[in-house]
Design a protein around this ligand. Structure first.
Ligand SMILES: [Zn+2]
Length: 326
């Protein structure tokens, strides 16, 4: 009896203190940005490869900003189910038409990721035109983040963490736990080369719609497996950064990945390909500037200080809210 109580206590306790879910998890976003570099043509590789550490590290800056800046949140998702059923033809794909129909406030309340990616493409293109090293790097790292998010099924649903179907935690399960456990050993990241995207709006909407189409399977498969796994096989307690955290057990994670039949790997591969292709498209649209002259560029002291203060603000806010750092 006593053991049951302790288990119940631990389970309830860790339910509230389990890992915070970030989009793709920090691990996923960083891997995706890093791997995208290898799809670039030599004319871009000359600048991106020596800066691969920056592009990897800063893949998660938009998530670090989320808690500090109100307008940051909606850039990471879109609750497509708010607009009806797949393929959501009710929702105009062009920003101006969508605002006219639904108002800017409504769009922002339900997420703007496909449109924000196009804003970022515009900024990155300008950065290439200006041959501005730090703008190129910052915008490249950050568009990578938003494109990564657009490839995650639960970033296109209002049931983003399974909160409407008693599957709380499924967000981080799909995008953090599965890749962290399996990507290094099992996923194939040989992807070919970046392509020029003729129609960026159509391209990113197609990716978002693919994500939306996958939502039902993600929720259904987790539910089906949960019926087969008793609670104490579904979760395990593991040490992370010196703390004991509750997470989905390896057996449950592997079973979920098998049932998804490679979905996480496919979405990760597609995200890497899309990011490299957006980077390449921005460079082509800027007139293919010669990037050789930028290879010795460095960030200014001010810029380095602003990266540092973003990190500090994020750490402090984690401490205040009792959130786990990744
Ligand atoms: Zn995000």
């Amino acid at each position: 009896m006593k053991i049951i109580f302790i288990r119940l206590f631990l389970f309830t306790f860790f339910l509230f203190f389990s890992l915070t879910s970030y989009c793709w998890g920090f691990y996923g976003h960083q891997q995706i940005n890093r791997l995208a570099v290898f799809l670039l043509p030599p004319e871009m590789m000359i600048l991106f490869k020596p800066n691969i550490y920056f592009l990897t590290e800063h893949a998660v800056d938009p998530d670090k900003r989320r808690y500090a800046i109100a307008e940051e949140g909606p850039r990471h998702y879109i609750d497509l189910d708010y607009y009806g059923k797949y393929p959501f033809s009710n929702l105009p794909r062009q920003w101006k038409d969508a605002i006219e129909k639904f108002s800017e406030d409504t769009l922002k309340a339900h997420g703007i990721v496909p449109w924000h990616i196009q804003t970022m493409l515009y900024r990155l293109t300008n950065a290439f035109k200006e041959k501005d090293f730090s703008k190129i790097m910052k915008n490249a790292a950050e568009i990578g983040h938003y494109i990564g998010d657009a490839h995650v099924p639960l970033h296109t649903s209002s049931n983003h963490n399974g909160q409407l179907t008693k599957q709380r935690g499924i967000h981080g399960f799909w995008e953090s736990r599965v890749p962290e456990l399996l990507a290094d050993q099992q996923f194939d990241f040989f992807i070919g080369k970046a392509i020029y995207i003729e129609h960026p709006s159509e391209f990113i909407w197609n990716r978002v719609l693919e994500s939306a189409q996958a939502v039902d399977s993600v929720l259904l498969f987790e539910k089906e497996l949960s019926h087969r796994f008793p609670e104490d096989n579904k979760y395990s307690f593991e040490e992370r950064n010196g703390k004991i955290v509750r997470q989905y057990s390896s057996a449950f994670t592997i079973a979920f990945n098998n049932k998804l039949n490679g979905m996480v790997e496919r979405r990760m591969r597609q995200a890497i390909f899309s990011i490299a292709s957006f980077w390449y498209t921005a460079w082509v649209n800027a007139g293919q500037p010669d990037l050789k002259s930028l290879t010795n560029s460095r960030f200014s002291e001010n810029e380095l200080a602003s990266f540092e203060s973003l990190n500090n603000a994020w750490r402090n806010s984690n401490k205040m809210m009792g959130r786990e750092e990744e």
